[in-house]
Design a protein around this ligand. Structure first.
Ligand code: CS2
Length: 488
């Protein structure tokens, strides 16, 4: 079968949307670090919508870890398919906004030279929570992180995202070129301010004047939302049939998409609002709403669902007890912590429940369960802190935390190993081994991870009692029964 490429766009079957602009006329304005599935289902689509009118805002992607996206997209001229899935079917669209992908390991100089050139006015990122090399409980740069230690010793040949940003900004400073805006599209709390703090700290450790320069750079905050399950070989076969060509890495996603952006781009920006983004002055309330409502529910369902034997989120949503738990979690425990004038939180919740239940979206609980140590603080622990401070119940929120603790033990309810992916996986498994199946000791060991829980939660008796009670139940009767008991 022919491979997807610019040459075959003209022959795309009817019903397959293809770029409405001439790809030979577009040029890059954006470098995106972390060119994974999420970016390709989200920002790259908004940019694709705009390129006809705004041809100088195309994207050059970069992978900081694995070059697999580059290898998939290079023979396809950067083209790939996104397939929107719902009960009515699979709707394919070929996206052309990514001009090429650079591998930061083997093409670092090309990447830094491009990032330092005046045509690049935005550097955006989806490097996942752990890609910022920070302490998730405090949001500060982790100066002992091996990549940060490496990058401070080798500042012109960096490996980490903060190191890359600062080296590119240093080159712009030296050449008298105004800085690009740094736009994080990751699920971090106050992602603009957090990334600014981390990157500015890194720069000041390199040199004070560079620190001052970076402190003046724009770091617009964003709230990004679209559910993007990992692509499978079955998906590749479906797409080949629909588009009549082979695509090595299509992206499957849901109809819903949302992007709220803080409007702070001194070197200009594409008119993202014309593609459906909301440009606002303060993005923080939107981020908090999304992290606590969507991602907090997701992580809770991921750990409990995995333990209960549900491979996909939509399977867990097929169990009325899970639906009741997540409905109760959002309504009773999360929504009261949010202050969102003008937003109908009940409608937002109902829409989330519908999105989670989308049976066409094969979203693995295991996929969401990854990197929990980096996710829990902004998804569940912030809400827990607010409620504890107000003397309110954390019954369901603390069940999410207990399920995470049970999950990271690395053994499921049938005694099979769990493939726990997390930067702290080794430490957590050692803690679990030391606890030897005792819920209280497991709790004591894991809550001692201060980079996750801070000092305050480790000392909080209400939190400890609630989590240990749930752990007892998870050990005694398992996840499915625990959920059933809690929802009555
Ligand atoms: C998920 C998110 O994998 C995860 O941790 O919770 O990727 C989620 O699907 C997105 O944030 C939705 O916008």
């Amino acid at each position: 079968m022919t491979r997807l490429s610019t040459a075959i766009l003209a022959q795309a079957p009817a019903g397959v949307r293809v770029p409405d602009y001439d790809r030979s006329t577009i040029s890059p304005g954006i470098v995106h670090l972390g060119i994974g599935a999420f970016h390709r289902a989200h920002m790259a689509v908004y940019v694709d919508d705009l390129l006809k009118e705004q041809p100088d805002w195309a994207i050059v992607g970069a992978s900081l870890r694995r070059p697999d996206t580059k290898h998939a997209l290079e023979p396809q001229d950067g083209l790939y398919t996104i397939a929107v899935r719902d009960a009515a079917g699979t709707h394919p669209r070929v996206i052309g906004s990514i001009l090429k992908v650079l591998d930061a390991n083997t093409e670092r100089e090309d990447l830094l030279t491009l990032m330092a050139s005046p045509q690049i006015r935005i550097v955006s990122l989806t490097v996942t929570e752990k890609g910022y090399c920070h302490d998730p409980a405090t949001g500060e740069l982790d100066q002992r992180h091996p990549d940060i230690v490496h990058d401070l010793a080798n500042p012109t040949a960096p490996k980490s995202a903060p190191g890359m940003l600062v080296e590119a900004l240093a080159r712009r400073k030296a050449a008298g070129i105004a800085p690009f805006a740094v736009m994080s599209c990751d699920n971090l709390p106050s992602n603009g301010a957090t990334v600014k703090r981390i990157v500015t700290k890194f720069a000041s450790l390199r040199d004070a004047a560079l620190g001052e320069f970076v402190a003046g750079v724009a770091f617009p905050g964003t709230m990004v939302d679209r559910i993007v399950p990992s692509t499978t070989d079955a998906d590749r076969a479906t797409i080949a049939e629909l588009i009549g060509a082979e695509d090595a890495w299509p992206i499957m996603t849901e109809p819903f998409t949302q992007w709220v952006i803080e409007d702070h781009f001194p070197q200009g920006r594409p008119p993202f609002e014309k593609a459906g983004a909301q440009l606002v002055e303060d993005v923080e309330p939107f981020e908090r709403m999304k992290l606590r409502m969507l991602n907090g529910s997701h992580s809770t369902m991921a750990y409990l669902g995995y333990l209960a034997g549900h491979e996909y989120v939509s399977d867990a949503m097929g169990d009325p007890a899970f639906v009741a738990l997540i409905h109760g979690l959002m309504s009773e425990e999360v929504m009261p912590t949010l202050d969102m004038p003008g937003v109908d939180l009940g409608a937002y919740r109902d829409q989330l429940l519908e999105r989670f239940a989308n049976p066409a979206l094969k979203h693995r609980t295991w996929q969401i369960a990854m990197d929990g140590s980096q996710k829990l603080p902004q998804r569940l622990l912030g809400t827990i802190r607010d409620r504890l401070a107000a003397g309110q119940s954390i019954e369901r929120l603390s069940l999410g935390v207990a399920a995470w603790m049970r999950y990271v033990m690395g053994i499921d309810e049938k005694g099979e190993n769990i493939d726990v992916r997390d930067p702290l996986a080794m430490r957590m498994m050692a803690i679990a081994a030391g606890a030897g199946g005792d819920p209280e000791e497991l709790y004591e060991g894991l809550v001692g991870l201060t980079e996750v829980f801070g000092d305050d939660l480790a000392d909080n008796e209400v939190f400890g009692a609630d989590v240990v009670e749930h752990l007892d139940s998870l050990f005694d009767v398992g996840a499915a029964e625990t959920v059933r008991e809690i929802v009555g």
